[in-house]
Design a protein around this ligand. Structure first.
Ligand code: KIV
Length: 259
């Protein structure tokens, strides 16, 4: 098994797993020093391309961004988010995941869903492609983005889905917007780590979209914590540059070439 995956598995019940998304090299390089796992998330559809949903994200777009991210990731586990309709059945999923692994050199792929995708997860794992699961809110197929686990029946289904994913060979599962007590129940029942987003501190690790954390996106979800408003810092630098150019203070002789 991939040593980076073993490292993630060994963190269960010992220390929290730190995960973030990245869509390009320069950001990935910074995150790599501090993260255990870097996800090239299909959230890039809304964050970078203003798509209404992640349904519009193509495999090729994800491959292009992942190639860039790969250049910045050294020590973290790099996970590729398989886009909508690229894993419709085991055969297609395997064909696409093999292409993704070859082109991007990622360490694992992530798929959304529970019971419905179990045969697909098994097929990939049997072919030595590590799989991360994703339950709770499923942005690729859900119509309503409200938290999961309000009703007993829904909670039972999600818990069962996570057990099926673990049995199918997934090495970890993202829990997206799952009710606090249900997150605890799932995390306690599974031997593989849970990675939460909007699913409380009861998970084995946490993931956030980097653009949300640094204030580059306009997202306002309850589960986001903005650590810095980097857009203000960038804007300030751009304003100073503009002033320098218009006042002829930039470029100076030291920025120019002379025979
Ligand atoms: O696409 C994404 O960024 C994700 C994470 C938020 C888990 O799936």
């Amino acid at each position: 098994m991939n040593k980076k995956i073993i490292k993630i598995l060994n963190k269960k019940n010992k220390s929290k797993i730190v995960c973030l998304t990245a869509y390009s090299k320069n950001i990935a390089e910074i995150l790599d020093k501090h993260c255990d796992l870097i996800l090239v998330g299909d959230s890039l559809g809304s964050v970078l391309y203003n798509f209404k949903s992640t349904k519009e994200v193509t495999l090729q777009t994800m491959i292009n961004h992942s190639k860039s991210v790969r250049l910045g990731v050294n020590k973290s586990l790099m996970v590729f988010d398989m886009p909508y309709k690229t894993y419709k059945n085991p055969r297609e999923a395997l064909k696409n995941a093999k292409l993704v692994m070859k082109e991007t050199k990622c360490d694992a792929v992530k798929l959304e869903g529970g019971k419905k995708i179990i045969s697909i997860v098994k097929k990939l794992v049997q072919n030595k492609i590590p799989v991360m699961g994703h339950v709770g809110i499923l942005p690729q197929t859900d119509k309503k983005f409200t938290f999961k686990g309000k009703k007993q029946q829904e909670s039972k289904k999600i818990l069962n889905d996570t057990k099926l994913l673990e049995n199918a060979g997934a090495f970890s599962i993202v829990l997206e917007c799952i009710e606090t007590n249900l997150s605890k129940k799932i995390t306690d029942k599974l031997t593989i780590p849970t990675i939460g987003i909007g699913s409380s501190a009861n998970c084995d690790g946490q993931v956030l979209v980097i653009d949300d954390l640094i204030g580059l996106s306009k997202s306002k979800f309850k589960f986001i914590k903005k650590y810095i408003d980097i857009s203000k810092i960038i804007e300030n630098a751009v304003k100073r540059y503009k002033l320098d150019v218009t006042k002829k203070r930039f470029p100076k002789a030291k920025h120019s070439f002379k025979n």
